[in-house]
Design a protein around this ligand. Structure first.
Ligand code: ZN
Length: 280
């Protein structure tokens, strides 16, 4: 078994379960493609695809264990004011706006009455099918249909660039125009943003500027690729997520939901500049 799964399941998970989980924490799951095509050969840590069968098992696990998927706005509200809730909130997110969300994820979600949040790189969403990373994306008519069925949409920039490498004017274009493109189609103020690729969490100056831009553009919340469980101490625009893929069986999913994978952030932080390609 791979080292991160081994340590999570046999060291941190048993320890984690001894301590009652604090209130106001919300696991935010990060999916990309729902497809049997794995992008290997590479370490399972870097895989982003989840098979339709494994995805269905994840969703059934959530349903059977009293989890209630919510949108990001509701999750943030819960972090601030946990109160009494019968179900445990969880946010299910999908980056990159792939067409297989429509064909393989949505039917499973709809069957269980689950909502989810899909982040769109708007230049890859067209009236006819376009693609990103050699994978077909949703069309606008599918986005409209999914929105009517209760799926939330957020911005994943226009062209999915490494924002940190762009000049200020391009960053503003990517942040603003993606939001406007979705709003034009769906007719509501898009509140959420997902940062593409590895998140430059050590560059405080860049993040300060980006945060200001997100506020100014009218965003209210967002997610990034920092591994962890979001809670009231998290930055509302850069909420931590739990990366999911086809290698996460339900035991590993349970450990992640319980916060037993959060230790990986230390490893992620340390290797951020060496790993290079961990895609968000
Ligand atoms: Zn992405």
């Amino acid at each position: 078994m791979r080292a991160d799964a081994l340590v999570t399941r046999y060291c941190f998970h048993p320890l984690r379960r001894l301590i009652p989980l604090p209130k106001g924490r919300v696991p935010i799951l990060m999916y990309h493609s729902i497809s049997s095509v794995v992008q290997g050969p590479r370490h399972p840590y870097y895989e982003t695809a989840t098979s339709p069968q494994m995805f269905a098992r994840h969703m059934q696990f959530l349903a059977q264990n009293n989890y209630q998927p919510v949108g990001l706005a509701e999750a943030v509200q819960y972090m601030d004011n946990p109160g009494q809730r019968r179900a445990r909130p969880v946010v299910i997110t999908f980056d990159d706006g792939y067409r297989d969300f429509y064909t393989h994820a949505f039917p499973v979600l709809a069957e269980l009455g689950f909502t989810a949040t899909v982040f769109l790189p708007t230049a890859s969403i067209g009236d006819t099918a376009r693609s990103l990373h050699q994978t077909q994306c949703l069309t606008w008519s599918q986005v409209v249909e999914l929105h009517k069925a209760g799926i939330h949409f957020g911005s994943h920039t226009v062209s999915h660039p490494q924002l940190k490498l762009m000049d200020a004017k391009t960053v503003e274009y990517e942040v603003r125009c993606s939001k406007e493109a979705i709003q034009d189609r769906l007719g509501y103020p898009v509140p959420s943003f997902a940062y593409p690729y590895a998140f430059p969490e050590t560059d405080r100056l860049f993040l300060q500027g980006l945060r200001g831009l997100l506020v100014q553009t009218g965003y209210e919340n967002g997610v990034c690729t920092i591994i962890g469980t979001a809670d009231r101490t998290s930055d509302r625009f850069f909420l931590e997520r739990l990366p999911m893929n086809t290698y996460d069986d339900t035991g590993f999913l349970r450990a992640k939901l319980d916060g037993a994978y959060d230790w990986m952030h230390t490893f992620q932080y340390a290797t951020k500049f060496m790993a290079g390609r961990h895609h968000g």
